[in-house]
Ligand binder design. Sequence first.
Ligand code: AMP
Ligand code: MG
Length: 416
Amino acid sequence: IWNIMEYTRPGRKEWVNIEECYHRILAEDLVATIDIPWFRRSPYDGYALVAGSTEGANSVHPVYLEVLGTIGAGDHPDIEIKPGQAVKIMTGAPVPEGANAVIMVELTKEIEKNGKTYVEIRRTLRDGENIVQVGEDIKKGEVLVTKGSVIHPGVMAALATFGYQRVPVMAKPKVAIIATGTELLEAGEPMKKGKIRNSNSHMLRGQVIRAGGEVVFYRLVKDEFAETVQAVKEALERTDLIITTGGVSVGDFDYIPQVYQRLGAKLLFNKVAMRPGSVTSSAVIDGKVLFGLSGNPSACYVGFELFARPYIKALLEQKNIYPKKIRAVLGKDFVKANPFTRFVRAKVRDVGGVREAEPLRKDKSNIVSSLIDANSFIVLPGGTRGFRKGCQVDVLLLGDEEGAPNWNATVASGWV
Ligand code: AMP
Ligand code: MG
């Protein structure tokens, strides 16, 4: 089987405090255990009363109801309202027995007479008017959020409503990033002749986090066989998937293919009919997937988004694991020929109500600058000779939008 997705496995579940659940993936369906609200509630500051007591009341003929007291939010006095009576009630407070309507305080006037308090009402209320009924918001038993959903602020509100101090979430897949290249310096090192700074590791770290994973193993190795084998071996013991960058091509010091061989990995593929990232490789060892991404920054970026990101999201058991596909108008000419499907780093934005995708900077695999503003890839099909500004194109959105399922078939089999 050459499909990476055949090598996913059920994710692990863990519990986190509700304070820490933002943007995690829910590991169980969230089912309403009670009606919300679970008692009749007032939506306004006003007076709770028996609707029948206001029969015939209007601006010329007011009615006067005796006010028994005040109920604040959080109170639950054991009283019953009878015809001719009312109780002052605050927003969120339980409507007492007998009452079946609430009038807003702004529409009333209080008066004192013979040591008693009355409320003057100049309109007729309906049975049930201004009362939040039991279960009006949420019915007990309703499935509110399904397993695999991203926990957003609204989901957090629902979790708190049903008493989840601890929230079941999918454990973040543990990811190894191994950068290969004798030319690489770390970000903090001074520049040296012939060297460049390792940008891919940090880019990948951001991509892993954005996909919902966590980097638990990181190594920078020289283009040396033994060192690379050792790093991958160690990573295998500690992670769910391994990403390498560089060394996957046919250069004299590109050792990744040999590393796969030495470790007895089963090669899934070592070329993809796409640009950039045609050298993207994948292998599997004991059910664990290795992603061999190009060292060229743009190619590495694209390889991650198209292959590693969906895999991480599959381990998180998310519903939509592929980038969301939309249609947009090409923002400027793209005149290069496309022997293979091309993924052009682009910025999608709204231009006067029209969604426009503009290719960014230079479209070459070794370019870093086009990644800075990229929020999408324009997908240009292979076997085409270029596209003019204004034509309709497919665009894959990056970021953490939920993906479109129809993308599945293409990634799984189209290019592999
Ligand atoms: P490779 O895939 O190892 O043949 O590398 C292709 C190109 O990408 C070379 O120019 C490398 O110097 C460059 N490169 C490789 N790894 C990195 C990295 N981690 N960060 C930035 N550039 C890299
Ligand atoms: Mg290299």
